[in-house]
Ligand binder design. Structure first.
Ligand code: XIL
Length: 332
């Protein structure tokens, strides 16, 4: 009997790219494994503003370069993440020389400088950029998230950022990326935002659905409705940060040292149903990225219970395929 494990990305070669969020340490310890199963990578943190541009006149690209070099050498695609976000952006960006709030003019020139430098550096090597991340507010009665970008630049900051990114790399696909993207109220806000960007002629080529879901929800029907709604804008869809936490809202505080049999069962079924749905929409979905490589490391570890692990992926802590892997392995 053959013990050969098929490549996950190869099994989806005719459907969409299969990606993973990575950091530099992993490339040394798990590089071969990553290259076998994934044909897209996203830097989990290493391209964020604070990482590449910590001070006004200082760019630090070592870690981001390592990830891009790793990928390019193996013909793996790279998703760039992210240019404009309210998190992981240094305070200096929003301040003038005297420590007061930066003017619109100063913000525009900084944004342009940042985007030119970062997008320009990887021109031709990054197939898609998350240009703006999480600009929509979760609270039902508000639309735009109240960020410094919005306060200092005004409502057109998204149009500006998309235009600048397009100028810096006309071949890169440009995405608006957000979470809770299947929630019907937030979904409509995201839809309206992207529609208005397109109406204003902004070069938006896709919507990134983060996909931070869990073993109970959102329902397949909610995910389907979100996909259909976004796809109706005639843009590409990427699932950008997929993970299925074994802890739903009710188990938020539950502490376990391994997932229960029930959790594992639910997770397998969810993975099977979710990937069947993605395949159904493969003419719109062009890339599906997990927010990690395997259960040995996830950003969900320790959150919100310190010391607690989570097991959200299709490979276990030893990098072995879980039952979920066999349920999603592509049938191309
Ligand atoms: C997370 C990283 O995984 C963590 O390591 C970091 O401490 C915080 O950011 N939405 C996003 C990602 O767009 O950039 C976030 O990544 C997860 C939520």
């Amino acid at each position: 009997m053959s013990t050969e494990i098929p490549s996950l990305s190869a099994s989806y070669a005719n459907s969409f790219k299969i990606g993973a969020a990575v950091h530099t340490r992993m490339l040394k310890t798990e590089g071969e494994f990553i290259a076998k199963h994934y044909n897209s990578v996203t830097a989990e943190n290493q391209m964020k503003f604070e990482e590449v541009h910590p001070r006004e006149h200082e760019y630090t690209f070592e870690a981001a370069d390592e990830i891009v070099d790793f990928a390019v050498a193996r013909a793996i695609g790279v998703r760039g993440h992210t240019l404009v976000w309210h998190n992981q952006t240094p305070a200096w960006v929003f301040e003038d020389a005297s420590g007061g709030p930066a003017s619109r003019e100063l913000m525009l020139s900084r944004l342009k400088q940042h985007i030119d430098t970062v997008v320009g550096r990887y021109k031709g090597q990054i197939y898609a950029w998350d240009v703006v991340n999480e600009a929509i507010e979760d609270k039902t009665d508000l639309i735009m998230r109240d960020t410094k970008w919005l306060q200092l630049l005004g409502e057109d900051y998204l149009v500006q950022a998309f235009n600048m990114a397009h100028e810096a790399d006309p071949d890169a696909l440009l995405f608006y990326n957000d979470y809770n993207e299947t929630d019907p109220v937030k979904r409509e806000k995201i839809y309206n935002l992207v529609r208005s960007l397109l109406d204003q002629g902004a070069p938006v080529h896709g919507i990134g659905m983060q996909g931070h879901w869990n073993i109970h929800g959102p329902s397949i029907e909610e995910i389907r409705q979100a996909i259909e709604r976004y796809a109706s804008l005639d843009v590409q869809l990427h699932v950008t940060e997929l993970d299925l936490s074994v802890f739903g809202h009710e188990e938020r505080r539950t502490d376990l040292t391994e997932p229960t049999a029930k959790m594992a069962e639910l997770q397998q079924k969810r993975y099977e149903d979710i990937f069947a749905l993605f395949r159904e929409y493969q003419s719109h979905i062009t890339s599906v990225t997990f927010w990690g490589v395997a259960d040995n490391y996830t950003w969900l570890d320790n959150f919100p219970v310190r010391g607690r692990k989570n097991w959200p992926f299709v490979f276990d802590t030893q990098l072995h395929p879980k039952d979920s892997f066999w349920r999603i392995i592509g049938r191309d």
